[in-house]
Ligand binder design. Structure first.
Ligand SMILES: Cc1cc2nc3c(=O)[nH]c(=O)nc-3n(C[C@H](O)[C@H](O)[C@H](O)COP(=O)(O)OP(=O)(O)OC[C@H]3O[C@@H](n4cnc5c(N)ncnc54)[C@H](O)[C@@H]3O)c2cc1C
Length: 407
């Protein structure tokens, strides 16, 4: 059966980018439809760390209090775990914030995304979940989005379409990226552990052959460990004799990644010695770091769909929340009609670039160093002699960059 409904805006994807834009537009009186293919709460490949610079925005979105009540400990130190090396340095501090708010913390994406979605629902956003957006078609000054749940198809119409579907899944929408399959692709993995001995205020960067990652305490005694690993390295690990001839061809990707992390990094072994896996490992990707168009073919893009930092800097949630808010602020004051949308698209694209492009380039440079064969040793030596390089890296990656309109 097909049914049709009309809104002012249709948002595709209910990650932090989609809920941020949906919620803000709804607060401006817009009729908003939000389409999400997965049922919530759901876990997600993500390190789950968020900089404190977002707290005023979370307050504005209505979940600041719940975030403060649930998130893990304040992260006051940044570190590097690589081979036998474990170095640490102070995390840069957001001086404009009251000290209790000045450090980032981690909250599970099962909780964060659910809180944001509930806030969007309370603000009057109409939520279509679990529905997958499968096509977008122009229809005069409006656009039609076809969404599907099992055999049921619904058509949604609106003048404004926002792609907030992330960047890791190829698909038929014009805003989705093409399938990638290169040896250098980076695949994402993530797990939660309980009972870890990692210092609660430390977030180490993990550098290991063929990849990088991070560890941080999140909510309710869960340690979040996440990483990216090259496709060719993963294939090699899954074949490796290390797993014993009886397992040839049967080593799961997550087992191979976990073994590799434990074998290549003393800091990870120490932190997980007494720990227990909490839920299954998750995998995603390949990830697609880089800058993309913010507005193309009359479709606006937010979050990873607009541009993505290598997760080595743990800034993707910030960029998603902030880009959603930036776009909604531009749209809310734009005149109706195509010319108004185009002007909003231009202003939004300029604001996006000013706020995030340094972060994307800095993350790419840090990731290149971490991934180059042999350069882990150079990185270890630099950071051992100059631990403040870690603080500087965190600063360059936007950890304390204020959000315009919130200072
Ligand atoms: C290993 C790793 C570690 C990371 N660690 C961190 C970290 O510590 N801190 C940080 O800030 N960032 C981190 N990131 C990055 C962060 O996860 C992303 O940048 C962030 O999730 C982007 O948010 P988003 O809202 O744009 O997209 P997503 O969070 O990807 O949300 C997109 C949503 O759209 C839905 N969707 C997709 N297609 C459709 C469709 N066709 N129809 C309907 N719904 C659809 C999906 O189900 C999903 O819920 C990490 C990433 C990786 C890979």
């Amino acid at each position: 059966m097909t049914r049709l409904s009309t809104h002012d805006a249709i948002i595709i994807g209910a990650g932090p980018a989609g809920t941020s834009v949906a919620l803000t537009l709804a607060r401006h009186g817009w009729a908003v439809a939000l389409v999400e293919k997965s049922a919530f709460p759901r876990r997600k490949v993500c390190g789950e760390y968020m900089s404190a610079s977002n707290l005023a925005l979370l307050d504005r979105l209505g979940i600041g209090e719940a975030w403060r009540a649930n998130a893990g400990p304040e992260i006051r130190r940044v570190g590097l775990f690589s081979g036998e090396t474990c170095v640490e340095a102070p995390m840069p501090h957001a001086k404009d914030e009251p000290s209790a708010n000045g450090f980032g913390r981690a909250l599970g994406r099962d909780i964060l995304d659910f809180l944001l979605l509930q806030a969007a629902r309370s603000a009057g956003v109409e939520i279509f979940q679990p529905y997958r957006a499968v096509a977008i078609e122009r229809d005069g000054d409006m656009q039609t989005v076809q969404i599907q749940a099992g055999d049921e198809t619904t058509m949604l119409r609106a003048p404004v379409i926002v792609a907030a579907h992330g960047s890791w899944e190829p698909g038929p929408l014009p805003s989705q990226l093409e399938k990638a399959n290169r040896p250098s692709d980076l695949l994402g993995f993530k797990a939660h552990f309980t009972g870890s001995s990692l210092a609660p205020d430390l977030m180490p960067l993990l550098a290991f052959p063929g990849g990088y990652g991070g560890m941080v305490w999140a909510d309710h005694g869960r340690l979040s460990i996440s990483c990216c690993i090259r496709r060719d390295m993963l294939a090699q690990l899954r074949k490796h004799k290390h797993h014993g001839p009886e397992h040839q061809g049967h080593v799961s990707a997550s087992d191979a990644v976990f073994r590799h992390l434990m074998d290549s990094c003393r800091g990870i072994r120490d932190a997980l010695e007494t720990a227990h896996l909490d839920g299954p490992w998750l995998a995603a990707g390949p990830i697609r770091p880089g800058l993309r168009s913010c507005y193309e073919g009359d479709i606006f893009r937010v979050g990873n769909a607009a541009g993505e930092s290598h997760p080595i800097v743990a800034e993707g949630i910030s960029m998603a929340l902030q880009s959603g808010w930036l776009l909604a602020s531009e749209l809310a004051c734009a005149p109706a009609g195509r010319a108004g949308r185009e002007a909003a698209g231009r202003h939004y694209a300029a604001a996006w670039k000013g706020l995030f492009s340094t972060r994307v380039y800095a993350a790419a440079a840090i990731a290149r160093i971490a991934l180059r064969p042999g350069s882990a040793a150079l990185m270890e030596a630099t950071v051992r002699n100059f631990p403040k390089a870690l603080t500087l890296g965190a600063q360059l990656s936007g950890k304390i960059k204020p959000v315009p309109g919130f200072v």
